[in-house]
Design a binder for this molecule. Structure first.
Ligand code: NDP
Ligand code: 2IT
Length: 447
């Protein structure tokens, strides 16, 4: 079987074995498509059935999460933890709480996490989990009861040296606190089993900022390599959660002007530049809606369709909300309006059609696996600090994060060039992330 036939046969098996799981299939085919030259150069991978093993999660844990709401009614959600690959370290990856979470979504996220975690250069394997529970609109007491029920099952499968979950959409400091409290109660262990913890109980300085800051460090490096920078550039950032807010902070600090942000209901455009403190107040403190922004900003306007944010004229777009939020049509709008760089804070925010538009129009494209790896990298730094029973200062962690992101860019850039696709950072990220995992899997035998 030649390499093309090999890839086609693996994809056919993925489709058959995971019926209807569109997001998972999308993530796998995007990666395999870019690995052709690597598989040509390394026939031993095919012989060892490496790709067949890589696309099959090592373990899928799926469970009922019953809890009682404030009115006394019993609610039932579904919990997941997918331990995808631990060739290079304990499973590591976030938990997502959102009503649209399915096994396919967790699988795509877990699969991408393998390569992202490898790119960080730190010893962490790939995993992801979550639930179709949405904390939005729930009371703190309801969120706590849900988190306690979720952890009552999950704790059996995780541990500081086994599998270390963290946050993602819908899981922030509040949820991590409740989850950690219940883990400790069930196990009597005070260990670094979760990252993104509060600063008083083992959290790392700069973890909250890390994904957004890291995204901008990576993007600045990519811009620099192409003779550009954030300075004086107009920036559009989708989302207004953890990643989006700190991307906005850093993009502004690097000289960019952020003019639009969004949530799942709509977007705001502020020609004077987004007031990030106000966004923090609305979203982090008030858990409110981005539409509230225009109440205090008369020059700003609100649009009630979140995808219309891609029609706002900008130089640099940083999608930081969710998967498939930029389709081919939105990508075309970005290009028509002069956008020259798209760098992904969210996981898989661009559809395959959108990526084709970027590539055919020569846009600088920073793929999620590389561009948003700063969050999990800093989670790994939190694990190190927990193991040492020590804490680094903000500047120490931020400095390490910066170096990690610069290194990721360099590795991605050189892998793309080495395998004949210079400037194709999506291919470079997949290849550089894959090679370390592949090498470890080869060394460890057929497991
Ligand atoms: P948050 O829950 O803090 O924020 C999510 C934001 O995205 C909110 O503004 C939310 O709006 C918006 N959003 C969610 N779903 C949709 C949707 N279907 N359409 C439009 N907007 C939507 O999550 P994070 O900021 O942590 O995560 C954002 C993205 O970054 C995700 O793709 C995540 O996987 C990725 N990521 C996160 C990392 C982290 O460290 N947290 C690390 C690496 C990647 P609303 O307020 O209406 O819900
Ligand atoms: O997608 C991601 O990399 C995250 N949600 C962060 C995972 C982590 O373990 O910090």
């Amino acid at each position: 079987m030649n390499v093309n036939e090999y890839i086609e046969s693996v994809l056919a098996t993925v489709k058959k074995r995971n019926p209807g799981e569109a997001e998972f299939y999308q993530a796998v085919s995007e990666v395999l498509d870019t690995l052709r030259p690597v598989l040509e150069a390394h026939p031993e991978y095919q012989k060892a059935g490496l790709i067949e093993r890589l696309v099959e999660p090592e373990k899928i844990i799926k469970f009922r999460v019953p809890w009682v709401d404030d009115s006394g009614k019993v609610q039932v959600n579904r919990g997941y933890r997918i331990q995808f690959n631990n060739a290079i370290g304990p499973y590591k990856g976030g938990l997502r709480f959102r009503d649209n979470v399915t096994e396919s979504v967790i699988k795509f996220l877990g699969f991408e996490q393998i390569f992202k975690n490898s790119l960080t250069g730190l010893p962490i394997g790939g995993g992801k989990g979550g639930s179709d529970f949405d904390p939005k609109g729930k009371s703190d007491a309801e969120v706590m009861r849900f988190c306690q029920s979720f952890m009552t099952e999950l704790f059996k499968y995780i541990g500081a040296d086994t599998d270390v979950p963290a946050g993602d959409i819908g899981v922030g400091a509040r949820e991590i606190g409740f989850l950690y409290g219940q883990y400790k109660r069930l196990t009597d262990l005070y260990e670094g089993v979760l990252t993104g913890k509060g600063l008083t109980y083992g959290g790392s300085l700069a973890r909250k900022e890390a994904t957004g800051f890291g995204l901008c460090y990576f993007t600045e490096e990519m811009l620099k390599a192409n003779g550009k920078s954030f300075k004086g550039r107009t920036v559009v950032i989708s989302g207004s959660g953890n990643v989006a807010i700190y991307a906005a902070v850093k993009a502004t600090a690097l000289g960019g002007k952020v003019v639009a942000m969004s949530d799942s209901n709509g977007f705001v455009y502020d020609p004077d530049g987004i007031d990030i403190e106000l966004v923090k107040q609305i979203k982090e403190v008030g858990r409110g809606r981005i539409s509230e922004y225009v109440k205090t900003k008369p020059n700003a306007c609100y649009g009630d369709k979140c995808s219309d944010i891609w029609g706002v004229k900008c130089d640099i777009a940083l999608p930081c909300a969710t998967q498939n939020e930029i389709n081919g049509e939105s990508a075309k709008k970005l290009v028509e309006n002069g956008c020259f760089c798209v760098s992904e804070g969210a996981n898989m925010p661009s559809t395959p059609d959108a990526i084709e538009v970027y590539q055919s129009s020569g846009i600088l494209f920073g793929p999620a696996k590389a561009a948003n790896a700063g969050g999990v990298a800093t989670s790994a730094l939190e694990m190190s600090q927990n193991s040492m029973r020590y804490s680094w200062t903000f500047d120490e962690v931020d400095g390490k994060l910066h170096d990690i992101m610069v290194n990721i860019f360099k590795n991605v850039e050189s892998a793309a060039a080495k395998y004949g696709m210079p400037g194709n950072y999506a291919a470079g990220a997949n290849i550089a992330g894959f090679l370390k995992v592949a090498d470890a899997m080869m060394a460890q035998g057929i497991v």
